[in-house]
Design a protein around this ligand. Structure first.
Ligand code: ATP
Ligand code: LTN
Length: 339
């Protein structure tokens, strides 16, 4: 282990089919970062159960997300890939941090407000409210310096920083204060059917998201149907009326690696149909090799399980070290039993 390297941690919930929003906002950054940081990437199943999940689907999605991490280019020899619930320190520190989280901070979280609004008020689980404290535990256990996420997670990162500072000032310097890391282009990919809402894997409508495992024909159908406008003028814009075209240009820019100006030059004077076709090609050329790797991996259960077992072991070592320090600082007696 290179102790000079700074640490990175991030995670994705196994709560549905991963979208190109997850790929552009999170996974692609991670693949870059594995070269420069000591990385921990988890599949956050404890977070997924903050809304109801079917057990069979949850198991299936958890393996699927693990395979997609590797298929996207994460190298298990370089990074630690693990399942959150396999490292019990997450739940333990999550509880301790829950006790330190002011309700006022928790109620202010927009993700909580959005997700709670989708359910009957009395049946909203307490886990949905406490979600950010568990996320803070994920990050702080590894003393992560940076957390690569999409734009929607900025507020949770602020919460994590505030909580870490609060702990440090109450009990003495314990946690590294992490920085948020969002991609320059594509930090917020919008829904194809409703470009004023974030593309999300748990949105059910058929034409909302392109999934990482969609066939080329599905990708084409969804993108060709994406909502645009009647202005017939290609350009980046923050006008909500033009959000659809802006979103397509953003997807194109993020995947092609071009600058905004280069993208504009390429599409100047062309129609929306041309833009959509170019986006379809760009998306499919990324997904094709990734899906080929995925299809191999998902049939190699033993290989995947081995990676996750080694990952959990390595992650637990680091996490338990931090957790023990925390327990001592807050006044828990050390456990002298052998288990
Ligand atoms: P859900 O709909 O189940 O809440 P989600 O699609 O928002 O899920 P998460 O598991 O919450 O996905 O997010 C995983 C990572 O992907 C986070 O870093 C998040 O910021 C990023 N991400 C999710 N959606 C987008 C998006 N539309 N654009 C950019 N990044 C995104
Ligand atoms: N809340 C994140 C998922 C998540 C996460 C994390 C991201 C859980 N724990 C730790 C980064 C670091 C989301 O995308 N909804």
């Amino acid at each position: 282990m290179n102790t000079q390297k700074k640490r990175v941690l991030s995670g994705i919930q196994p709560s549905g089919n991963l979208t190109i929003g997850n790929y552009i906002g999170a996974l692609r950054q991670w693949v870059e970062e594995q070269e420069h940081y000591e990385c921990y990437f988890c599949i956050v199943d404890l977070h997924a159960i903050t809304v109801p999940q079917d057990p069979t689907a949850l198991r299936e999605k958890t393996r699927e997300v693990a395979a997609l991490y590797i298929a996207s280019g994460l190298d298990p020899e370089k990074v630690t890939i693990f399942i959150q619930s396999h490292v019990t320190a997450h739940a333990e520190l999550g509880w301790i941090l829950t006790c330190l989280s002011p309700l006022g901070w928790l109620y202010r979280m927009t993700q909580f407000k959005d997700k709670a609004a989708k359910q009957q008020q009395e049946s909203v689980g307490a886990g949905l409210l406490n979600y950010p404290a568990l996320m803070a535990a994920d990050i702080l256990l590894y003393q992560a310096h940076a957390v690569p996420v999409g734009d929607d997670q900025r507020q949770h990162l602020e919460f994590t920083r505030d909580l870490a500072q609060r702990f440090n000032s109450l009990y003495g310097e314990t946690f590294v204060i992490p920085e948020v890391m969002v991609p320059k282009a594509g930090a917020r990919i919008m829904g194809l059917d409703n470009p004023t809402a974030k593309m999300s894997k748990s949105e059910e409508s058929e034409y909302h998201a392109v999934y990482m495992l969609d066939s080329p024909a599905q990708v084409k159908k969804k993108i060709m149907r994406a909502v645009t406008d009647s202005l017939a003028e290609i350009g980046f814009s923050d006008d909500p009326e033009r959000a659809g075209v802006n979103n397509l240009l953003t997807i194109y820019q993020a995947l092609s690696g071009q600058t905004g100006d280069e993208v504009m030059q390429q599409f100047a004077g062309r129609g929306y149909g041309d833009l959509k076709k170019a986006v379809v090609e760009q998306v499919n050329s990324h997904l094709e090799p990734l899906q080929a790797r995925y299809n191999q991996l998902i049939h190699e259960a033993g290989y995947l399980d081995g990676i996750l077992a080694r990952g959990a072991e390595k992650a637990a070592e680091m996490a338990e070290h931090t957790l023990n320090t925390v327990k001592e600082r807050i006044g828990f007696l050390p456990n002298r039993s052998r288990r």
